[in-house]
Design a protein around this ligand. Sequence first.
Ligand SMILES: [Cu+2]
Length: 126
Amino acid sequence: MRRYTRVVIIVGAAAVTAGMLPRIASSRDEMRELRVVAREMTFYVEGQDAPNPTLRFKAGERVRLVFRNADRGMSHDFVVPGWKVRTELLEGAGETSVTFRVPGPGSQPYTCSPHAAMMRGTIEIE
Ligand SMILES: [Cu+2]
């Protein structure tokens, strides 16, 4: 192989690799953060008014769910029984998080274990 050809191949390969690196890194680190609040025995998406809202995820996406209990003196958690996803039980005001990958299609209920009758909503997979 001629020297010039070899240099072109090496430079070309380096450029392709460099171009791919950010894409590989970002797809690996891509994680959606969703903030959920428990307030007055009701779930809300942080900053929104809809009580016990329907949460929409994409199949396969990674989610970091940050759960905040705004009810002093009440215990709440966030649980998706069908996915075996749960935060710790927050006994009084506080914040915790859970990270998970959204499984395949199908809607799921989410709930708060101590108040499953009142605090419940649906997760829909797009
Ligand atoms: Cu609760």
